[in-house]
Design a protein around this ligand. Structure first.
Ligand code: NAD
Ligand code: TYD
Length: 348
């Protein structure tokens, strides 16, 4: 039986990865390590919590003693590392929190894996999940490839870039068998409503303003989260050691066009008159250091491993909106308490 450690499995993407691994690989013992920060929520994985091949461990990857002991106790065969501070706006307010979790936390996991595996790396694998934001911003043309130089602009992307470098360095220096992926913006169910799509869905439901940063002409490449989980599964099992793969949706949208589409679909779903939600759009002060455009060339993972997105953006968005409309309780729970203070501070 393989013992797999997944970090950050109570978060947005992690919950989809944990669910997939627990359901698809009953022969694996899946350990979900999560500190349950504001972004971590056991409700996200409620459907698998009683499965016999699943164990939840509450803990902080910044605590090196704890991480080392955990590796000693369970002797994991593989690690899928997703735990992170993940929101750019929060990184502007509190950069050090990002260094702690994203850099030190990753270092602690790398050290624990290296020490536990003691250079006997056969059949071991450390998979670091990262973002396309490490490449910085594109102009109006071009795509990020695996060879694009790192050029991070936000404290979030700088901390992720730093962690990527350490993963690669542990591969070169100690021979740690790693794989690394850099993915574009995800959307889907269980997405915390601080990021654009779930925030705006929640605001439309509640008739609240839709705060578009700057002129709204910023571009992101959107990928349905379940397609990311499929790609992660594939890279974990079939990716080549010491390789990086870019993952993206081949799906670029200017923020303002995406917001208008969202408004249109939501008006239909909520039985509101056409144009109602668009009236909520409010242009607000821009994010400092705002990257103009991200877009991924995902041809390497397509050619080498045969992955491509399985749903269109229209299908994915429809599923996502339906999920939020059918899970009002989840939305209510995550937007009570501390969320209100965050919202007030960020958007007042
Ligand atoms: P998220 O913020 O929804 O979840 C992060 C999870 O990590 C939470 O469950 C949180 O409790 C946990 N966590 C945070 N600090 C921790 C700590 N110190 N110790 C243990 N657990 C801790 O993030 P997400 O959007 O699911 O992103 C997951 C990973 O994927 C991150 O590494 C992120 O950089 C990367 N990524 C995200 C996107 C995206 O669009 N969301 C795109 C590409 C890559
Ligand atoms: P976000 O979901 O925070 O992801 P990222 O910054 O990692 O790409 O933001 C997506 C885009 O939406 C980004 O260009 C910033 C913009 N945005 C807004 O215009 N208003 C908002 O309230 C938020 C959260 C984001």
């Amino acid at each position: 039986m393989k013992k797999i450690l997944i970090t950050g499995g109570a978060g947005f993407i992690g919950s989809h990865v944990v669910r997939r691994f627990v359901n698809k690989y009953p022969e694996y013992q899946v350990f979900n390590l999560d500190a349950l920060t504001y972004a971590g929520n056991l409700e996200n994985i409620k459907d698998i919590e009683d499965k016999s091949n699943y164990t939840f461990v509450k803990g902080d990857i910044v605590d090196d003693n704890f991480v080392n002991e955990l590796f000693k106790q369970y002797d994991f065969d593989g690690v899928l590392h997703l735990a992170a501070e993940s929101h750019v706006d929060r990184s502007i307010e509190d950069p050090l929190a990002f260094v702690k979790t994203n850099v030190i936390g990753t270092m602690n996991l790398l050290n624990a894996a290296k020490n536990q595996w003691k250079e006997n790396f056969e059949k071991k694998r450390f998979y670091h999940i990262s973002t396309d934001e490490v490449y910085g911003s594109l102009g109006t043309k071009g795509l990020f490839t695996e060879d694009t130089p790192y050029n991070p602009n936000s404290p979030y992307s700088a901390s992720k870039a730093s962690s990527d470098h350490f993963v690669r360095a542990y591969g070169e220096t100690y021979g740690l068998p790693y794989v690394l992926t850099n993915c574009s913006n995800n959307y889907g169910s269980y997405h915390f409503p601080e990021k654009l799509i779930p925030l705006f869905i929640n605001n439309i439901i509640n008739n609240k303003q839709l705060p578009v940063y700057g002129d709204g002409n910023y571009t992101r490449d959107w990928l349905f989260v379940e397609d990311h989980a499929i790609a992660i599964d594939l890279v974990f099992h079939e990716g080549k050691n010491h390789e990086t793969y870019n993952i993206g949706g081949f799906n670029e949208w200017k923020n303002i066009d995406l917001v208008r589409l969202l408004c249109e679909i939501m008006d239909q779903k909520l039985g509101r008159e056409k144009g109602t939600s668009q009236n909520l759009i409010t242009y607000v002060k821009d994010r400092p250091g705002h990257d103009l455009r991200y877009a991924i060339d995902a041809s390497k993972i397509n050619v080498d491993l045969g992955w491509k997105p399985s749903v269109t953006f229209e299908e994915g968005l429809e599923k996502t909106i339906n999920w939020y409309l059918n899970n009002e309780e989840w939305l209510k729970n995550v937007t009570s308490g501390a969320y209100k203070d965050y919202y007030q501070k960020q958007y007042s």
